[in-house]
Design a protein around this ligand. Sequence first.
Ligand SMILES: Nc1nc2c(ncn2[C@@H]2O[C@H](COP(=O)(O)OP(=O)(O)O)[C@@H](O)[C@H]2O)c(=O)[nH]1
Ligand SMILES: [Mg+2]
Length: 354
Amino acid sequence: MPTIPTADEILDRSFRRAAAKMKEKRNKDRANNEFLMSVTASVHDKLVSIIQKFPEMEELPPFYFQMVDILYGVERLKKALGAVGWAAKNTREKGYQLSAKMRRSDDKIAVRKQGVARIASIVHQVDGELRFLNQVRNVLRKLPHVSDEYTVVVAGYPNVGKSSFIQLVSTATPEVAAYPFTTKGVILGHRNEPAGRVQFVDTPGILDRPADERNPIEKQALCALMNIADAILFIIDASEHCGYQFEEQEQLRAEVEEMVSVPMVTVINKSDLVKKEGYMLMSTKSSEGVDEVLTALLAYQSGYPAQHLARSAMILESSTPEETTLEYSKPFYWEVEEKDSDKTDESLERDLQD
Ligand SMILES: Nc1nc2c(ncn2[C@@H]2O[C@H](COP(=O)(O)OP(=O)(O)O)[C@@H](O)[C@H]2O)c(=O)[nH]1
Ligand SMILES: [Mg+2]
């Protein structure tokens, strides 16, 4: 998805192109009209292409859909796209209107200026929406590349050994990704298994404090993350070297278990330091017990993708009860409501002084 330009960037580019074309023209009356038509076409086409290149929300995998909804609101996003559509439609209408007016007018330069100012004003009215769309685009681009494959979400307090585990079991070097709601990077690892590829997703730094201290965005983000899991691996550090007491870690485990409906495997890591009765044990340092943990996690892979797809569909429906049936096809931008566009913009006229 390309960067979304600001209003000024769209206008600058369109004016520069039109001006270059105008220089070549001998007949000045024709040139004035062609300048206006060129600006009209290039602004209109750019705005339409922004809408067309923006991903369809309903086609996004549930994880991305939810992330966008949590952070920005899908409704607001649709409004922004609608506003850009409105600007495209209006630009074209005003351009044609003024071109017709120019043919009848004696002062063609004045009409050209009027037309250009009108188009600049229309585009400036959606500058905020363009900037907003670019912000969403930047977040979408940075989200980890969560694929539609058997997914193990690795949870637990910081420093219990989550990253060490993912590194150890991943075939290739894990990808380091960013979540928009935390400064901490998370890692994403992959492993090839006879039953298909497995991905391991780290939890971001939102599990490092009690549930009631998490803000609503963090809570929802955590939920979205848990929703992509086909299985959870919960890691406890019984040595407490991680800085969290065993009881605290057990509490978090109960909280996470409450949050999900998928199988959860709990393991005590750092068994080279401390062992605990009644738990599965491993040490990512000595690799002891790691194969057994993997086997336990892969035992649930046989249910994939049937269970996974059923759940994904459920998540999509539950997060947007009304919108799922909403027609969100490309031409929707023609139907958006009219805005008042009688305001003119003088700022661009200075660039167009003869
Ligand atoms: N002794 C010991 N240290 C470990 C083990 N696994 C991880 N560590 C150490 O614990 C620290 C945190 O590990 P890390 O994987 O970054 O934890 P994360 O924050 O949960 O991802 C690092 O210094 C690791 O070297 C283990 O099995 N035994
Ligand atoms: Mg880590």
